[in-house]
Design a protein around this ligand. Structure first.
Ligand SMILES: *Cc1c(COP(=O)(O)O)cnc(C)c1O
Length: 480
């Protein structure tokens, strides 16, 4: 048996490469990442091809080990070379992501040490770090000291966590589902609908509250609906408001909604996945005045803090509510309880073992300090305003509501063609060019083109390029 063990050990030790091997791999990955970043200036924001990365299937899992070089080559070609490039300053579609370099180093550190960041007892320092980040975000939102939260994989899970917390706190049981009412607007993010289904609440009543001209949820109609529902014996319990809708970056009237939620005792959730970190821009303070009234807030550091994908945040105003919804104690964890000076992230989320997400967030915030984040966000606001003004100077264009944050919608109104068709063709042409990536949306059966300035590498140069591309495409189409 000893011989067998030793034989196995020889193979299993391959999983723990020596320093020389590690250095070789590190330098190859470093070369790859330098090339990737250095080429961003000239690479496209969107590429669609026949192959679309199919050759990655040639590298399916096998018994045999292979070298790193061909894997990186294939990554460059089949992964980085097609689809939307989220690292490109030309990405202004949907809600662009970030990809700050120090986050990659943070992930590297987190993966090498593999700290068990779910449980204080196991990784006191890692848990302190995560909870320090949570408390920073609570302070940023002007939440009270008793607020708390959790780092999630993204905004969708944060929205789900808020809904589940509200369901538990309002003690809504299966027998009540049909009578429970959730209030939202047509502009709410579709992850809210997913959260409703996943949390078992699909039988609940959904009330879509009408929007005003600016596409904001109307508080008067909201209160009317709540009163009506109560009269009919229903159980109104949840309001979802948006701080920055995905479609148009619109901010729902938080102050009035908060007052209604308080008066009628409903849970008030603010989905600030896209808009939340604009709080760093002092100029916008007044827009954030009432966000602290929310019972829960969704933030997405992988959007407006420019962190790579995989980092969202849920904040809950009352820590006890979070514990009430999620805390479960397994018998084998009995040594731990009462001995912790920090809440364990695993006790307040659906996850137990989790990625040590704090490191990828903390490292860039510390290495850069907050100043460039504030500046970058303010720059994005001005770039959007600039685009909104410039596009109106091109004959034939009309725009949607004045941008509150960094999303705007616009469209071309042709004299003798169907406008929806024309704009669909226009966006297809922009996407085919690929240097800038934009997406579109549909509001009351009108096809709009959307611009979302969120990528940290988007500057004046990219906006001017976009205006140039649009002008050329319009002239081309008109002369056809
Ligand atoms: C992006 C977004 C979400 C979903 O967040 P993910 O991180 O993509 O899961 C939810 N709400 C709003 C307003 C968003 O912009």
């Amino acid at each position: 048996m000893i011989n067998k063990i030793k034989e196995l050990e020889k193979l299993s030790r391959l999983l723990d490469p020596k320093e020389s091997q590690r250095e070789k791999w590190n330098s190859e990955v470093l070369d790859y990442s330098n090339t990737f970043i250095n080429n961003l200036d000239t690479s496209k924001a969107f590429i669609s091809s026949e192959e679309n990365g199919k050759e990655i299937y040639n590298l399916d899992i096998e018994e045999q080990a292979i070298e790193l070089a061909p894997l990186l080559d294939s990554t460059t070609k089949n992964i980085d070379g097609v689809g939307i490039n989220p690292a490109s300053g030309g990405h202004m579609g949907y809600i662009p992501g970030g990809g700050l370099y120090p986050s990659a180093l943070g992930d590297y550190i987190a993966s090498v040490s593999n700290r068990y960041a779910g449980v204080f007892y196991a990784a006191p320092g890692a848990v302190r770090l995560e909870n320090m980040l949570i408390r920073w975000m609570c302070r940023l939102m002007d939440y009270p000291d008793n607020a708390f939260g959790n780092l999630t994989s993204g905004g969708s899970i944060a929205n789900l966590m808020a809904l589940v917390t509200a369901r538990e706190v309002h003690n809504i049981k299966a027998r009540d589902f049909e009578k429970s009412v959730i209030y939202l607007s047509e502009q709410a993010h579709h992850s809210i609908l997913k959260a409703i289904r996943i949390s078992g609440l699909s039988e609940a009543q959904l009330r879509y509250i009408p929007l005003d001209k600016e596409l904001r949820l109307s508080p008067d109609m909201l209160e009317k609906a709540i009163i009506e529902d109560k009269k009919n014996g229903l159980i109104p319990f949840y309001i979802n408001a948006s701080f920055g809708t995905t479609n148009t970056g619109t901010i729902d009237p938080l102050e009035s909604i908060a007052a209604i939620a308080k008066k009628h005792k409903l849970w008030f959730h603010v989905d600030a996945a896209y808009g939340g970190f604009f709080k760093l821009v002092h100029e916008l303070d007044s827009k954030f005045k009432s966000i602290k009234e929310a019972d829960s807030i969704t933030l997405d550091p992988h959007k407006t803090l420019f962190i790579p994908y995989g980092t969202g945040t849920i904040l809950i105003k009352n820590k006890e509510n979070l514990l009430k919804a999620y805390h479960c104690l397994a018998d084998y964890m009995q040594d731990i309880i009462g001995k912790e000076d920090e809440i364990s992230p695993a006790d307040i989320s659906a996850e137990q073992t989790k990625h040590f997400r704090g490191m990828r967030l903390w490292l860039p915030l510390k290495l850069f300090g907050l100043r460039p984040f504030r500046a970058a966000l303010e720059e994005k606001l001005y770039l959007t305003k600039y685009f909104y003004e410039e596009i109106q100077k091109i004959t034939g264009f009309e725009v949607g509501p004045k941008p509150e944050l960094s999303v705007a919608i616009f469209r071309y109104v042709p004299k003798n063609k169907n406008a929806n068709l024309f704009n669909r063709e226009l966006i297809e042409a922009i996407q085919k060019d690929g240097r800038i990536f934009l997406s579109s949306t549909n509001i009351n059966n009108v096809f709009w083109i959307r611009i979302a300035v969120v990528q940290f590498r988007t500057h004046l140069e990219q906006i001017d390029l976009l205006l140039d591309i649009i002008k050329k495409l319009i002239n081309q189409t008109l002369s056809e």
